[in-house]
Ligand binder design. Structure first.
Ligand code: TUI
Length: 317
């Protein structure tokens, strides 16, 4: 498969990033993806710096290939997580960021020879990020699991590609080689996939959560948190329905109070990953869940996606 100079500069065999999913993407999963030739990414999420430090150490022990770390900018531990990254800077190729603007960390990360690649959900934010000097952006559509923006991947990616000069990686609703091929057609230099790797054999999520992804149909996700301004895509389960019901009831009031929902939502992703409890756990997953039918190793996933895309693009590149 032909790689762009940027993807080659990262030392990758395939232009495929594994989403840095909070509580899910640990050092073991990231190393497995990197060993397969993609870019494994450890999810910092809301975890303390020490936890992220240890996951980075695990990845270093399992792979000699480049890997990355995702910094979730809403985390209360974000400063510690950046420190944990800088302490092991020689082994980290990429920092991706989510849920905010990484500009205050940019200089120190880039001086450490780390490429900084924020997730954006709009053209406006992509332009701001380019101006601040980031190395590339991930344009993520609302088909994704977890915290999402408003536009679809099909509309967002080409508009971002037209608006900026730095490389664009597409994310959201991409789960197989057809998606990778389509992303190239939209002008992206590669893709990021999260949901497909949720069910990787190396993914540590509870078997109950994993089975829910494997059984999901196309219409089995919903978006919670929209009224309070932090939309998040999850699989339908009792927890998601309860959350949405309370949220709708509050939104209908003259003076909505969404604070009571925080108690329900706090820690809900971690509970899903660790216990799989459908009554208290938020099964974050993308709309592509309906297409994912079997558990495979990270290597099988990476190779299948890239081989299919390569076959489809045979006459094009
Ligand atoms: O970050 C994600 N997806 C996530 S993060 C997450 S864990 C979480 N925990 C507690 C609260 C919220 C989330 C689960 N899923 N995707 C990347 C992403 N980033 N999607 C949208 C954005 C985004 C939103 C606003 C990026 C930048 C942004 O900028 C606002 C600003 O500061 O200008």
């Amino acid at each position: 498969m032909q790689l762009s100079p940027f993807m080659r500069s990262l030392g990758l065999k395939y232009p495929l990033f594994q989403g840095g999913m909070a509580w899910v993407a640990d050092g073991k999963l990231a190393a497995a993806v990197s060993n397969a030739g993609g870019l494994g990414i450890i999810g910092g999420g809301n975890a303390p710096g020490e936890v992220v430090y240890n996951e980075i150490k695990t990845a270093i022990s399992l792979t000699d290939r480049p890997f990355g770390v995702n910094v979730m900018l809403l985390s209360p531990h974000v400063d510690e997580v950046v420190e944990a990254i800088l302490q092991q800077k020689d082994n980290i190729a990429v920092v991706t960021t989510g849920a905010g603007n990484p500009s205050r960390y940019l200089k120190r990360l880039q001086e450490a020879n780390i490429k900084v690649i924020p997730v954006v959900g709009s053209v406006g934010l992509a332009k701001i990020m380019e101006r601040s000097g980031v190395d590339a952006v991930i344009a993520e559509g609302m088909e994704s699991g977890g915290h999402i923006g408003k536009l679809t991947t099909m509309t967002l990616v080409p508009q971002v590609v037209d608006a900026i000069k730095i490389p664009v990686i597409a994310a959201g609703g991409i789960g197989d080689g057809r998606g990778l091929a389509a992303a190239f057609m939209l002008g992206a230099q590669g893709v990021q996939m999260g949901t497909r790797f949720l069910v990787a054999r190396e993914s540590k999520i509870s078997p109950i959560y994993k089975q829910a992804v494997l059984k999901a149909k196309d219409i089995d996700t919903l978006v919670t948190g929209d009224f309070a301004g932090h939309p998040s895509r999850v699989l339908k389960n009792p927890m998601a329905r309860k959350y949405l019901q309370i949220e709708k009831a509050e939104a209908a009031k003259d003076h909505p109070d969404f604070n009571s929902l925080d108690e329900l939502g706090n820690g809900s992703l971690r509970r899903a990953v660790e216990t799989g409890d459908p009554n208290t756990g938020a099964y974050m997953a993308g709309e592509i869940s309906g297409m994912i039918k079997k558990e495979q190793t990270a290597k099988e996933i990476v190779e299948e996606v890239c081989q299919t895309a390569s076959d489809l693009l045979g006459g094009v590149q």
